[in-house]
Design a protein around this ligand. Structure first.
Ligand code: MG
Length: 366
C-alpha cells in the first residue's frame, strides 16, 4: 500500500462548560483541532487528529500542527502507511522534534493498518481487556466550593475519578483539595493536578498540608528536577505528566523512582506507535498510566480508547473521553461514555467515519 495524498481539515470544538481553566491563569473556550486524512492507492483512507491545549500548555499549538503537517506531508507520498516503524523513522529523519506534528499522521496510519487487516486497533495493540474501562473527569479551576459541586455533578453522570485543576495560589489549592475530598465517596479517586503551576516551595507546602488526604499529586512544578525534589518530600502517590515527553523520560523517572503513575498523552510523545512503546514499557516496569491526549474530539477519543482498552486493567489508572467535553461531533462510530466508562470500537481500524459536512473543505492537501 502506498500513500497517495494527505488532506488536512480544521474543526472548532467549543466546550459544554463554556471554558476550561488550569494553572497560570490559562483558559480555553474553543479548541482548535486538526483532522488528517491519509489516502492510499488501494482506496482506503485513514483518519487522525491532533489538538493542542492552546499554545501555552506544551511546546505545541494548533496552527503549528497544520504548518508542520504541510511541511512533512509531501515527503510521505509514496510511503507504505502500514510499515509504521519505517514511517516513524522517515518522519523523524525528515523533521527533528515536533512530536505533535507527527501524531495525527501516525494515528491515521494505525487506522489504515486496522482497516487493511480487518481488525480493531485495540486488537493490534494487545486486545480489548474486559468490556469497558474507567474514565476520569477534569474539574476546571474554580473556587473550592464550585469545584466540589462539579465533582458531585459528574459523579451523578458515572465518573468516579476526579482530576482537580490546581497549580494556583497554594492556600486556595489546599482549600480546593480539602473541599473536593469532603464530597468524595468510598471508591472515588482524587488527583490534584498542578500542571507545572507551583514553585517548588509552594508544592512542598501543599503536599504537606494535605498529607492526611487520600489524593494523588500530579506534575507540581515545571521541571523534572523540581518535581523530583517535591516527590522526595511527600508520601502522597505521585504522577508525572508534562515532563514525560518520551521513552527516555520514563526510563529516567523509573530509575529515580520519580513517580508512581505517568500521564501518557498520544501527541505529546509523537503518536500511537510511540505511545504504545511507552505503554508496554510501563506495563513491564509496573508503572500505571492515565492514557489520553492534550485535547481533541471524536478521532482522538477513539484513539485513546483503543490504546487504553488494550492496556492491562491494573496499569490503566484512567483515561479521558474528550468528545464528551465538546459540543461538536464530527464522526459516526466514535466511542461514547456510559456511566463514566468507555469502550473501544470492535470495528476495523479506529472505527470512526468522519462527517464531511462538519469537516468542510480541506485547509491543505498534499
Ligand atoms: Mg496532567
Amino acid at each position: 500500500m502506498k500513500i497517495t495524498g494527505i488532506r488536512v481539515y480544521q474543526v472548532d470544538l467549543p466546550l459544554h462548560e463554556g471554558s476550561y481553566k488550569w494553572s497560570g491563569g490559562n483558559a480555553v473556550s474553543v479548541f482548535d483541532s486538526t483532522v488528517v486524512a491519509v489516502d492510499t492507492d488501494d482506496g482506503l483512507t485513514g483518519w487522525g487528529e491532533v489538538c493542542p491545549l492552546g499554545p501555552a500548555y506544551l511546546p505545541a499549538y494548533a496552527r503549528g500542527a497544520r504548518t508542520g503537517i504541510a511541511e512533512l506531508a509531501p515527503q510521505l507520498i509514496g510511503s507504505d502507511p502500514l510499515a509504521l516503524g519505517r514511517l516513524n523513522e522517515q518522519m523523524d529523519a525528515a523533521m527533528r522534534g515536533h512530536p505533535y506534528v507527527k501524531s495525527a499522521i501516525d494515528m491515521a496510519c494505525w487506522d489504515l493498518l486496522g482497516q487493511a487487516s480487518g481488525l480493531p486497533v485495540a486488537t493490534l495493540m494487545g486486545g480489548h481487556v474486559g468490556d469497558t474501562f474507567a474514565l476520569y473527569r477534569a474539574i476546571s479551576q474554580e473556587t473550592p466550593a464550585q469545584m466540589a459541586r462539579k465533582i458531585a455533578r459528574y459523579r451523578r453522570e458515572g465518573y468516579r475519578k476526579f482530576q482537580l485543576k490546581v497549580g494556583g495560589d497554594p492556600d486556595t489549592d489546599i482549600a480546593r483539595i480539602r473541599a473536593a475530598a469532603a464530597v468524595l465517596e468510598q471508591g472515588d479517586v482524587l488527583i490534584a493536578d498542578a500542571n507545572t503551576g507551583w514553585t517548588q516551595h509552594a508544592a512542598v507546602r501543599v503536599a504537606h498540608a494535605v498529607r492526611d488526604v487520600d489524593v494523588y499529586i500530579e506534575q507540581p512544578c515545571a521541571t523534572y528536577e523540581q518535581c523530583l525534589a517535591v516527590r522526595r518530600h511527600t508520601d502522597r502517590p505521585f504522577i508525572l505528566d508534562e515532563v514525560i515527553d518520551g521513552l527516555d523520560a520514563v526510563v529516567r523517572g523509573v530509575a529515580d523512582q520519580a513517580m508512581d503513575v505517568i500521564n501518557l498523552k498520544i501527541s505529546k510523545v509523537g503518536g500511537l506507535t510511540k505511545a504504545r512503546q511507552i505503554r508496554d514499557l510501563c506495563v513491564s516496569l509496573g508503572i500505571a498510566m492515565t492514557i489520553e491526549d492534550t485535547w481533541g474530539g471524536d478521532i482522538i477519543t477513539a484513539a485513546i480508547a483503543h490504546l487504553a482498552h488494550s492496556t492491562p486493567e491494573r496499569f490503566l489508572f484512567s483515561a479521558t473521553d474528550f468528545n464528551s467535553y465538546v459540543t461538536v461531533a464530527f464522526t459516526d462510530g466514535a466511542p461514547l461514555r456510559k456511566q463514566g466508562r468507555l469502550a473501544a470500537s470492535r470495528k476495523p481500524g479506529l472505527g470512526v467515519r468522519p462527517r464531511m459536512k462538519v469537516l468542510g473543505k480541506p485547509v491543505f492537501t498534499a
